[in-house]
Design a protein around this ligand. Structure first.
Ligand code: 3H9
Length: 676
């Protein structure tokens, strides 16, 4: 096998080049090649300096994550980086693309760093439940100080080349198109400078105030995660008077703890799950896509407005249609306000706001959608309304255009059947707020053409969504799994649990909020029949009393003027009233029972979804729940979580409460298998 590493001699400079697509991950062959290249440089007296650079779209984007959990092949990355740093000849990192994780650590082992202005540098290991384990936590604070080291390691977002330059993580900027030559010239310049600057020989000042402030500021973001605290502890170790070697030993110990833990396994699972979700089984990835240059959105309400913003922000013009001028004005006004709020926070430049708004065409005329390449309907959730609308669109919109519904529950095949071109119809289920939430469920109808599905999946990437393919079933993947949870949560109320207890169990599990907090936020009255005299459930009773949730300062909870919730004595009375009428005895409900009945049932539904082939793979379900409903990332999604709990335990929990267990779950319990 040919090595991904080659060397080139440019007079007295040896250039070590990596060519390991797609992202130059630092797998075993790359590490072995780097070691060989360094040895070649050391052995040759004519060589005075070394440049390390990468071919392809990026500098090393990190260790090869696919090697994690397998026996490590020598040399390890820390060894290679130590070899670079201890070289007697200066080694220069020439950076383009993204120098991430182990890639960033390689640059810190080098004596000098030169980068193109568009390069980004970072240590995103924390997002994989890890820490930079090849010296990063010890070298970054020594070079760039504690504050930036905390930000880079514990939060994991990359920084720009300009910022890295100010912080000392880069010594020089290269021309955007002349990195290779500029790096060689830089290497010659510094070839005889001694002593060589070595990050490990620097000292970093302790900054306990910065650490305390950082922890406080990010407490919410880090809730439940193990890795941020480990990153912080390692950065502190770099400044507590310990030697570099002691710091490295501590870093290794913490890295291995995280690596063996379930959280990192879950986060690494998500990394691959997210990328896997974009792939459609049975469709050639090279299939020709339909060009999408202009999008139509029907409905300028919260959903339609949010959906439009995704395309406007990506530079794709949108025609937005409403039935009444007032609703149209209100909708476009909200879009403008949202953009201006982002600009006020410095997230957008005023000219970007102008550009986005300039690409928006509001109209009352459905005919104006005739030349759109994609039309998304976001109107009232009624099959009759949607069928009528699709019938009209069929006559108006040009042939070859894609017609999509944003329905969250309804049957796409039935909607498609109201057109003469069901092959061009599919579901695009955005999550509210649609301009913020990353998930997009793409619903593949029985007749949806392959190129239509592939086009929308690719478009999802353009508008920065994580898309998952779902089959046609009631509620698709996400909302379908929400249903058993809601049914059981309601039953638990009748049997003796309180909304507070059920919500607490969910929040402690890691969800952003529990089912009743979610109901209060979304509106208890959503889907309510609106007949105040027809009271058949606790929810009907709440709605009849105007307890519609946060918007009315009363729902399952009472709210003060700052929207702080408190348990509601009135809700307790309503629940008690229903219970006494149903003759159900009130009993103590354990937290364990809440988990079993609200979360195990979701897993069971997920297993049915897989059996029915409504999801392509179990990891797609995990992606839906993490990006659409805030399932805790460190638990890897419901199906991954079920596997870590063990199918046997889940089955036993379901059977204890008399649920019918999905065959797939049963067979996993019997064979010890996992969801696929
Ligand atoms: C680390 O470095 C630990 C060290 O501190 C300590 C060691 C001792 N490995 O994302 P894309 C694959 S931990 C293996 O679609 P983009 C990816 O699965 C690492 N594979 O491209 C996909 O495969 P496929 C710290 C990797 O242009 C393909 O490459 N580093 C790796 O949208 C394309 O990926 C990170 O966490 C990897 N490290 O974005 C960085 N990275 O085509 C992780 C990617 O089969 N990577 N692949 O689906 C990224 O953030 C993005 O991939 C990147 C490119 C921004 C680089």
């Amino acid at each position: 096998m040919t090595s991904p590493i080659t060397t080139e001699r440019h007079g007295d400079v040896l250039v070590i080049i990596s060519n390991n697509p797609p992202v130059n991950a630092l797998g075993a062959a790359v590490r072995q090649g780097l070691e060989a290249g360094l040895k070649e440089a050391a052995a040759d007296e004519a060589i005075k300096a070394v440049v390390i650079r990468c071919d392809g779209k990026t500098f090393f984007a990190g260790a090869d994550i696919t090697e994690f959990g397998r026996p490590m092949q020598e040399p390890g990355l820390p060894t290679v980086i130590d070899m670079i740093e201890s070289s007697e000849k200066p080694v220069i990192a020439a950076i383009h693309g993204t120098a991430l994780g182990g890639g960033c650590e390689v640059t810190l082992g080098c004596h000098y760093r030169i980068a193109v202005p568009s390069a980004k540098i970072g240590t995103p290991e924390v997002k994989l439940g890890l820490l930079p384990g090849a010296g990063g936590t010890q070298r970054i604070p020594r070079v760039a100080g504690v504050a930036l080291a905390l930000e880079m390691t514990a939060k994991g977002d990359p920084i720009s080349a300009a910022r890295a330059m100010t912080a000392g993580l880069i010594d020089r900027l290269a021309g955007e198109n002349s990195l290779a030559a500029d790096a060689i010239a830089f290497a010659r310049e510094v070839a005889s400078v001694r002593p060589l600057p070595r990050a490990s020989e620097k000292t970093a000042e302790a900054d306990p105030e910065a650490v305390a402030a950082f922890k406080k500021e990010n407490a919410k973001r880090f809730r439940g995660f193990d890795a941020p605290a480990a990153n912080i502890a390692c950065v502190e170790k770099a400044t507590d008077g310990s030697t570099f070697a002691e710091g490295i030993a501590f870093e290794r110990q913490e890295f291995m703890k995280l690596m063996m833990g379930v959280q990192s396994a879950a986060q690494r699972h998500l990394f691959f799950a997210e990328r896997q979700a974009a792939k459609i089984d049975g469709i050639d990835p090279a299939i020709a896509l339909r060009p999408i240059k202009k999008v139509g959105v029907i409905g300028a309400g919260t959903m339609g407005g949010g959906i439009s913003m995704n395309f406007l922000s990506a530079g794709i013009p949108v025609t937005i249609v409403e039935m009444q001028q007032e609703a149209l004005d209100r909708g476009t006004g909200v879009i403008r306000k949202n953009y201006e709020a982002s600009a006020a926070k410095g997230r957008l430049k005023p000219e970007q706001v102008a550009l986005a708004m300039g690409a928006l065409t509001p109209t009352l005329n459905l005919e104006d959608l005739a030349d759109c390449d994609l039309v998304i309907e976001a109107v009232y959730e009624s099959m009759d309304v949607k069928k009528e609308l699709f019938g009209k669109l069929d006559k108006i919109v040009k042939q070859g255009a894609i017609l999509a519904s944003n329905t969250s529950y309804l049957n796409i095949d039935e909607i498609a059947a109201s057109t003469s071109r069901p092959q061009d119809v599919l579901g695009m289920h955005f999550f509210s707020p649609a301009n913020v939430m990353k998930l997009l469920e793409v619903v593949r109808g029985a007749k949806t053409a392959d190129d239509v599905l592939a086009t929308v999946m690719a478009l999802a990437k353009t508008i920065k969504k994580v898309a998952v393919v779902s089959g046609v079933c009631h509620g698709f993947i996400g909302n379908r799994m929400l249903m058993p949870r809601q049914v059981e949560a309601n039953k638990l109320l009748m049997e003796g649990a309180t909304p507070e207890q059920i919500d607490r169990v969910h929040v402690e599990f890691g969800m952003p909020m529990g089912p009743f907090q979610m109901s209060d936020l979304a509106g208890v009255d959503i889907g309510w029949h609106r007949d105040e005299t027809r009271i058949e459930s606790i929810r009907d009773a709440l709605c009849a009393e105007g307890r519609w949730g946060q918007k009315k300062s009363a729902g399952f909870y009472d709210y003060d003027e700052k929207r702080n919730p408190s348990p509601s004595p009135r809700v307790a009375e309503i629940i008690e009233d229903f219970r006494s009428r149903s003759n159900l005895p009130r009993r103590e409900i354990t937290d364990e029972e809440i988990i079993e009945r609200t979360l195990y049932t979701m897993v069971n539904e997920g297993a049915l979804i897989l059996e029915e082939k409504m999801a392509q793979r179990a990891s797609d379900i995990d992606v839906v729940w993490i990006y659409g409903y805030g399932w805790p990332v460190y638990r890897g999604g419901p199906m991954f979580w079920a596997d870590t709990e063990g199918a046997k335990k889940i089955v036993a929990g379901l059977e204890k409460h008399g649920f019918k267990v999905a065959e797939l779950l049963k067979s996993n319990a019997e064979s010890g298998g996992r969801f696929k």
